[in-house]
Design a protein around this ligand. Structure first.
Ligand code: GLN
Length: 231
């Protein structure tokens, strides 16, 4: 993978370098397109489009990922919400589990929302289903009960921009984080339960920030990607 940011002319395919004298506009465009990291959104199931829109709004390029080879076009990956048992089954069938595990082991940042967070957990309180098993967290599925299917609430989140401004969190048949290992930092809680956490280049939220107009968590994730890309 090429490093970023690059020095002048570096990383530009040779045929493009001949355009260097073509004027500032073209130069700007080439540079701009190189600067934009590409974030993939796993597109097997669930809230894909909303994440893609959020990614674009944060100034990155968003692509839906339907097949494992497309992962190699991405500098970061988002696993959306949906239904984790279905997602796990599809990921097994399409051969995503191993591929994602090895890319994340190699340092690719990953962010899981809701069912995506369940997929990223190493342990579930109950149930046996295919997981990516990446993050040192134990997760309880459907933790808020089936009666209260979904709700919205304001929570405070550490380490994002303007942390004193509440974040509107949308919970939909949401899990919570029951316990975390020593390498995991909790960034947000609701009623004493961890609902947003980070471990190195891995981020999870129990709620759906792509459904609100607030892009601060996506921007936080984009920073993880940019730090990684910059080396
Ligand atoms: N309840 C779902 C599951 O267990 C998650 C819901 C969601 O992603 N909004 O997989």
């Amino acid at each position: 993978m090429i490093g970023w940011p690059l020095g002048p002319g570096e990383g530009i395919p040779v045929e493009r370098r001949t355009f260097r004298n073509d004027g500032e506009a073209r130069k700007g465009r080439v540079k701009e397109s190189m600067k934009k990291p590409t974030l993939g959104v796993l597109a097997l199931q669930g809230a894909v489009r909303e994440h893609l829109q959020m990614v674009e709004r944060c100034g990155a390029r968003g692509i839906p990922v339907k097949y494992p080879p497309e992962l190699h076009l991405c500098q970061g990956l988002i696993i959306p919400g949906g239904e984790s048992t279905t997602m796990g089954r599809l990921m097994t069938t399409y051969g995503f589990l191993e591929e994602i595990r090895s890319l994340v082991a190699g340092g690719m940042p990953i962010y899981g929302t809701c069912a995506g967070m369940i997929m990223m957990a190493q342990r579930l309180v109950e149930g046996d289903q295919p997981l990516l098993g990446l993050m040192d967290i134990t997760v309880r599925r459907n933790a808020y009960g089936r009666q209260v299917d979904s709700f919205e609430t304001d929570i405070l989140i550490r380490e994002i921009r303007e942390p004193e401004r509440p974040f509107r969190a949308v919970f939909i048949r949401a899990p919570w984080i029951e316990s975390v290992g020593p390498g995991v930092k909790v960034l947000g809680e609701f009623e004493g339960r961890a609902v947003l956490a980070v471990q190195g280049h891995m981020l999870v939220s129990a709620f759906h920030p792509e459904l609100t107009g607030d892009d601060r968590i996506h921007r936080y994730f984009l920073r993880l990607v940019e730090e990684r890309v910059a080396g």
